[in-house]
Unconditional design. Structure first.
Length: 121
């Protein structure tokens, strides 16, 4: 059996839409308000691994992105993960994590159509 966890920001319309979509499909995820309960570097690394890289987790429109020089391509996943752990506003939203058999996986729910594809696969 799978468990769903939604890294959620209630102030974000995309995050609210993701939660509504999940509930419409009969899925009540565990909700992690990641700005109030930031993921650890290890948790970020695990999700980055599921998604393919830490860079896809970054919100490049945040002031911290520019201030910390995170656009530099030479920065590796460790540096990006450390920045997101210290500044959780840099983390994309929403992120849906499916934990369980046969393997854990994750998707960024922007646009929400990604969630549909993820849930249907």
């Amino acid at each position: 059996m799978s468990t769903y966890i939604l890294w959620h920001n209630a102030k974000c319309s995309k995050s609210r839409a993701a939660l509504e979509l999940l509930r419409d499909r009969g899925i009540e995820p565990a909700i992690r308000t990641y700005l109030d309960d930031p993921p650890s570097a290890d948790e970020l690394a695990a999700v980055a691994h599921m998604l393919g890289s830490a860079r896809v987790l970054l919100r490049d429109g945040e002031p911290e992105f520019v201030a910390l020089g995170l656009s530099r391509e030479e920065l590796g996943d460790d540096a990006l993960i450390a920045a997101m752990a210290a500044h959780p506003s840099l983390i994309q939203r929403p992120i849906l994590i499916q934990a369980g058999a046969p393997a854990s996986r994750a998707v960024i729910g922007r646009p929400t159509e990604r969630l549909v594809s993820f849930l249907d696969s």
